[in-house]
Design a protein around this ligand. Structure first.
Ligand SMILES: CC(C)(COP(=O)(O)OP(=O)(O)OC[C@H]1O[C@@H](n2cnc3c(N)ncnc32)[C@H](O)[C@@H]1OP(=O)(O)O)[C@@H](O)C(=O)NCCC(=O)NCCS
Length: 344
């Protein structure tokens, strides 16, 4: 198969596709049953539905049960994607799981998921790129498929952010939710699949969004717990500004590489952190509201799971069909950011 020069440039399809491409065979997602609405937050902290809706676009989010941890959410999403892709556990070669809320510091949550889904042949490891984790995971999975190291890769973004939220801090607690999304990657003959992805990081801004406690620099002590070091902390205004700039820049970069104009993109799926960030990125890109998929009102910010859940929602809602061009854009703590163009 020859790449179609009229439609777009596939930067990875050199040598007339003698190398392999990488497609998303199927996606799946899972969110916990319990819904926490803005009205519920009015009982918890000094806030209002009006404030949360106008500043963030969020109306409700899902909260995992006490005995439901990140590997449980990830397992449900993975099983959903595997069933849709008709992939058996034994066929999975690699599990890459992105999370900032692992079940425990070690072993990796990916190993716990491997056991829960019975993918006994697979190698499994976690990656940590905060809200950018799903695109970082796709990019890692793609390398293994294109290099013919592995045939079938399971990429998961999963979070139980409710476990690191300070429920008395109104600046942060209203923004986040729990959930998981998963994708099965494979070479699909005659398909372009993942055309290109870019990733970026800026450690000089690490303090803008972080959880300072629990690691080697601040192991848990009575004092660190009392000081709230084990909660997520954020400078909202600075994070906001960085998010808009980085997401726009990353999106422009991948469009440029594929010689695509934004009008050729069927569906833009930005990280679902805040409606105002999404609107600002949409405007800068010159995309129409009809092109942009938004579900932040239902789930809030689910970090590494965010674009994976949104991609699944978009596919299930008939917003994306085979052959459509999809643009994913992410941003998160680190700082980290990225974008990807996929021919679905
Ligand atoms: C957090 C965020 C919604 C705040 O919106 P904002 O317009 O920047 O709000 P401001 O910082 O101007 O705060 C305005 C006031 O609202 C208050 N406020 C904050 N949270 C509130 C809440 N849940 N309910 C009511 N008031 C709240 C603040 O205390 C502040 O009060 P003050 O002026 O008396 O100090 C916004 O900064 C944001 O979305 N940032 C990015 C967050 C994000 O997406 N992070 C993840 C990226 S991956």
């Amino acid at each position: 198969m020859k790449p179609s020069p009229k439609k777009f440039n596939n930067p990875r399809a050199r040598h007339n596709f003698q190398g392999r491409t990488c497609s998303i065979l199927a996606v799946g997602s899972y969110v916990p049953e319990r819904i926490l609405s803005n009205a519920d937050f009015e009982q918890l902290v000094d806030t209002s539905d009006e404030w949360i809706t106008s500043r963030t676009g969020i109306k409700e989010r899902r909260i995992a049960a006490k005995n439901e941890c990140t590997s449980d959410l990830a397992t449900q999403a993975a099983l959903c994607a595997m069933a849709r892709a008709k992939v058996t556990p034994e066929q999975i070669d690699l599990i890459v799981l992105a999370t900032i809320t692992p079940d425990m510091p070690f072993p990796s949550t990916a190993c716990l998921v491997q056991e829960k889904i019975g993918a006994h042949r697979a190698a499994a490891f976690d990656i940590q790129a905060a809200c950018s984790g799903f695109i970082f995971g796709l990019e890692i999975g793609q390398q293994f498929i294109m290099s013919r190291t592995y045939d079938t890769v399971l990429v998961i973004g999963a979070e139980k952010l409710s476990s690191i939220i300070n429920w008395s801090d109104r600046n942060t607690c209203v923004l986040f939710g729990d959930g998981a999304g998963a994708a099965i990657l494979r070479h699909r003959p005659q398909a372009h699949g993942l055309l290109t992805a870019c990733m970026g990081s800026d450690g000089s801004q690490a303090g803008l969004l972080c959880m300072p406690g629990g690691g080697s620099s601040c192991p848990p002590t009575h004092e660190s717990l009392a000081a709230g070091m084990h909660f997520l902390r954020m400078d909202g205004k600075e994070t906001f500004k960085n998010a808009v700039t980085a997401m726009h820049t990353a999106a422009v970069e991948v469009l440029r590489r594929c010689e695509l104009d934004i009008t050729q993109i069927k569906c833009v799926i930005p990280h679902q952190a805040n409606r105002r960030i999404i609107d600002a990125v949409t405007e800068r890109l010159g995309a129409t509201p009809e092109q942009v998929f938004i579900n932040v009102h239902k789930y809030g910010n689910t970090s590494a799971a965010s674009v994976a859940i949104a991609l699944d929602d978009a596919v299930q809602n008939g917003r994306i069909h085979r052959g459509d061009l999809v643009l994913l854009i992410v941003f998160g703590a680190g700082l980290t950011w990225g974008a990807a163009v996929i021919e679905w």
